[in-house]
Design a protein around this ligand. Structure first.
Ligand SMILES: *[C@@H]1O[C@H](CO)[C@@H](O)[C@H](O)[C@H]1NC(C)=O
Ligand SMILES: *[C@@H]1O[C@H](CO)[C@@H](O)[C@H](O)[C@H]1NC(C)=O
Ligand SMILES: *[C@@H]1O[C@H](CO)[C@@H](O)[C@H](O)[C@H]1NC(C)=O
Ligand SMILES: *[C@@H]1O[C@H](CO)[C@@H](O)[C@H](O)[C@H]1NC(C)=O
Ligand SMILES: *[C@@H]1O[C@H](CO)[C@@H](O)[C@H](O)[C@H]1NC(C)=O
Ligand SMILES: *[C@@H]1O[C@H](CO)[C@@H](O)[C@H](O)[C@H]1NC(C)=O
Ligand SMILES: *[C@@H]1O[C@H](CO)[C@@H](O)[C@H](O)[C@H]1NC(C)=O
Ligand SMILES: *[C@@H]1O[C@H](CO)[C@@H](O)[C@H](O)[C@H]1NC(C)=O
Ligand SMILES: *[C@@H]1O[C@H](CO)[C@@H](O)[C@H](O)[C@H]1NC(C)=O
Ligand SMILES: *[C@@H]1O[C@H](CO)[C@@H](O)[C@H](O)[C@H]1NC(C)=O
Ligand SMILES: *[C@@H]1O[C@H](CO)[C@@H](O)[C@H](O)[C@H]1NC(C)=O
Ligand SMILES: *[C@@H]1O[C@H](CO)[C@@H](O)[C@H](O)[C@H]1NC(C)=O
Length: 465
């Protein structure tokens, strides 16, 4: 499929008269997909690597009755704050006056930095703003491909459901992703976009509960994560400085090289910077990302279950009401952190064993942040009916992830009533509004947009965040 896309793009860029990359650059596109799972969710989309092989279609003799999607925006440029840090490393490197040696020697060859326009920071990558007109990994293309897969996957359900509302936060990149997705569904659909505010004042009526949670302290467990060794970053800096005397890279620069590598792939289709790292360094970097997110946005931070409860509770209500509601397709677009929080409350990737900062655990390692929320991440809740019974299950990034304690239904799904018991036990003692101190930033203490969108206008102004 990739080669077909590249061929098509190549043809269209010739037609447009864009600059055509050299053949050796072209041949690099598609060769770095093996490392996407190690790049902290900053590289292009990839399917969940821990797939159990369970088909994602409704099991035979079953019919889909409701589908919910919680999706991350697609491939993008770095945020402003991350961009600033990557630029600092780039400045240091670009001011180096000697010839580069070793793995940085690609820089001698008229290298063009992948961020050309500061206005691209925070935004999706598109063919138009890509530094390479043959880049197959744009956020735009990802959203459109995803929509076409969705159309095929849920064709039966969609046949008689062509008019409905979709939900997006008012972050511009999230909104753009939602719009491309909807556009790619084609002209048979009439979809109204409900733009839900992600500012703290939205309180509980949000798809991005983290912003409404002033009690959230990212550093709450840095006493644990700080113990993780940064020797791998020192090694990288030492190696590059040895090859290039006077370059003076620091461990911060080493860390930023990983970001540069990941984001550049989404803007160029490949990144020579990625070749700087050994496989061991990629594993150590990737685990650091799992570890830090486990304790700041995941199961290692008890408050996170409260944060995710806001959305999880609402999605369970939608399942319970599926017979009454006249909408059976629920598409919602948001950020990675919000999806992590939601998955944490559901408990799909929590084996109860805390991640350890002193070593990389190879077996006790259920929580893999970048596998859960790569760019373009997509978490589906499927409700289907088989004979007279209904079942619920989750599909995360193209893989069915059964609920460990409830998978006796067809396709390792959870029988509906058992699912509600499970959900109730997960939600027990959780309280988003109180735990997060929501009322200090907003008087809105209920999530209502899935129910009142027909009578309330959701048209929040887009934000570049
Ligand atoms: C390097 O170059 C950039 C502009 O290209 C400049 O802003 C910066 O101050 C220079 N020096 C360092 C140490 O980054
Ligand atoms: C260039 O790097 C290689 C290792 O990649 C090293 O053996 C060589 O001494 C370096 N040359 C200079 C001039 O630093
Ligand atoms: C869609 O509606 C038509 C007309 O009511 C019906 O014949 C068809 O079976 C429905 N399709 C599905 C997949 O339910
Ligand atoms: C699309 O849906 C909107 C809102 O429900 C409605 O006002 C409009 O008439 C519909 N357009 C078409 C072409 O069906
Ligand atoms: C909750 O918000 C109030 C008002 O801003 C503040 O005084 C209090 O310290 C906050 N409590 C927590 C636990 O964050
Ligand atoms: C880390 O800090 C938290 C409070 O933020 C505390 O509950 C926990 O016991 C501390 N852990 C260690 C290993 O010091
Ligand atoms: C690197 O550090 C050395 C020693 O501190 C210093 O002399 C040199 O100017 C630095 N190089 C750059 C590019 O900053
Ligand atoms: C869960 O959702 C229902 C329906 O929207 C709502 O009535 C209830 O208050 C919610 N529970 C929590 C804890 O938010
Ligand atoms: C991490 O593993 C070490 C042994 O490698 C052990 O001593 C320590 O207690 C573990 N820490 C946690 C938080 O599990
Ligand atoms: C909540 O409502 C009260 C009364 O209308 C108002 O005074 C207060 O500022 C509001 N608080 C927030 C955080 O919006
Ligand atoms: C919302 O309004 C549209 C058009 O008025 C209607 O077709 C649809 O059934 C309503 N949806 C809900 C969930 O009430
Ligand atoms: C949203 O819609 C309301 C009601 O139609 C309107 O008054 C308001 O100006 C709109 N806001 C934006 C940002 O478009």
């Amino acid at each position: 499929m990739l080669s077909a896309i590249v061929t098509a793009l190549y043809a269209s860029s010739i037609a447009q008269g864009s600059v055509i990359p050299k053949l050796n650059e072209l041949l690099k596109i598609g060769t770095q997909e093996d490392i996407f799972p190690y790049l902290a969710g900053d590289a292009p989309y990839f399917s969940y690597p821990g797939d159990y092989g369970i088909p994602i279609d409704a099991p035979e003799t079953c019919e889909m009755s409701q589908v919910q999607l919680i999706a991350r925006h697609g491939e993008r440029y770095p945020s402003k704050s991350r961009g600033r840090k990557i630029f600092n490393t780039w400045y240091k490197i670009s001011n180096y006056t000697s010839t580069f040696n070793g793995s940085l020697s690609f820089l001698n060859d008229d290298y063009e930095f992948f961020i050309q326009d500061l206005d691209d920071l925070e935004q999706e990558t598109t063919l138009e703003n890509s530094v390479n007109p043959l880049n197959p990994y744009t956020g735009e293309m990802d959203a459109k491909l995803h929509a076409r897969q969705f159309l095929e996957q849920y064709s039966d359900l969609l046949e008689n459901n062509t008019e409905f509302s979709a939900f997006t936060t008012n972050s511009r990149r999230v909104y753009d992703t939602a719009e491309w997705f909807v556009e790619a569904l084609g002209p048979n659909f009439n979809i109204t976009m409900e733009v839900i505010d992600e500012e703290p004042s939205a309180g509980a009526n949000t798809i991005s509960a983290g912003y409404s949670c002033p009690a959230w302290d990212e550093e709450a467990f840095s006493n644990i994560t700080d113990a993780y060794s940064d020797d791998y970053l020192k090694d990288i800096a030492k190696r590059l400085n040895k090859e290039n005397p006077g370059l003076n890279l620091t461990t911060t620069d080493s860390f930023m090289l990983f970001s540069w590598c990941a984001f550049e792939i989404s803007a160029r289709g490949y990144s020579d910077v990625c070749e700087v790292f050994t496989q061991e360094e990629l594993i150590k970097y990737s685990y650091y990302d799992d570890l830090s997110n486990y304790y700041s946005d995941g199961p290692g931070y008890p408050l996170i279950k409260d944060v995710g409860a806001n959305l999880f509770n609402a999605t369970v209500e939608l399942l319970k009401q599926s017979d009454k509601l006249n909408q059976s397709v629920w598409l919602s677009f948001t950020h990675d952190t919000d999806i992590l929080n939601y998955l944490t409350t559901i408990g799909l990737f929590d084996d109860g064993r805390p991640l350890n900062a002193t070593h990389v655990p190879f077996r006790d390692h259920a929580f893999r942040k970048s596998w859960q929320v790569p760019m373009g991440a997509r978490v589906y809740t499927q409700k289907f009916q088989c004979s007279n019974s209904s079942y619920v299950r989750y599909v995360v990034n193209d893989a069915v992830i059964p609920i460990e304690s409830c998978s006796s239904g067809p396709g390792f799904s959870c029988p509906e009533d058992d699912f509600y018991d499970y959900a109730e036990s997960r939600l027990q003692n959780l309280d988003f509004v109180t735990a997060c101190n929501v009322t200090s930033v907003s008087n809105t203490t209920q999530l209502t947009y899935y129910w009142d969108f027909n009578t309330t206008t959701y048209n929040s102004t887009l934000l570049d965040q």
